[in-house]
Design a protein around this ligand. Sequence first.
Ligand code: ZN
Length: 149
Amino acid sequence: MAKRYNTRAIKKHRNYTADELAELLNAHPQTIRGWVDKGLPCLKSSTPHLFTGAHVQAFLTAQSIRKKKPLAPDELYCLCCKTGKTPAGLMADFIPDGAGGGRLIGLCPDCESVCNRFTREEKIPLVAPNLAVQRQAKETSLEEPGEAA
Ligand SMILES: [Zn+2]
């Protein structure tokens, strides 16, 4: 299911038949047909149908981004780097959602963006065994409590 295809094997400016693509990517021809159903463009004016290398690359890249990569322990997801990062200073805040879940937030050590990880409170020792986690107040309102409006 989590199969990764070697998109580097594809030449952008070449056209491929489904069979050629299947062989190149070590995929089943049925898989290629499935990609067409999922939106991979193909040139239907020719027989057999042809696929442009650039389209296939773009399609597979989009697919692999959509697939959720599991985060390693102590990693939070950085939207900016598009990967899991161990937060700067091994510090994270946990913001409960009030229903037993919530998110860990920390700073990306590379780009200083906020990294997130949704988890359940009781799982924090498992997902963040080495992080210093500060539990924050429930995330409901942006207003400071007690502050006059
Ligand atoms: Zn980052």
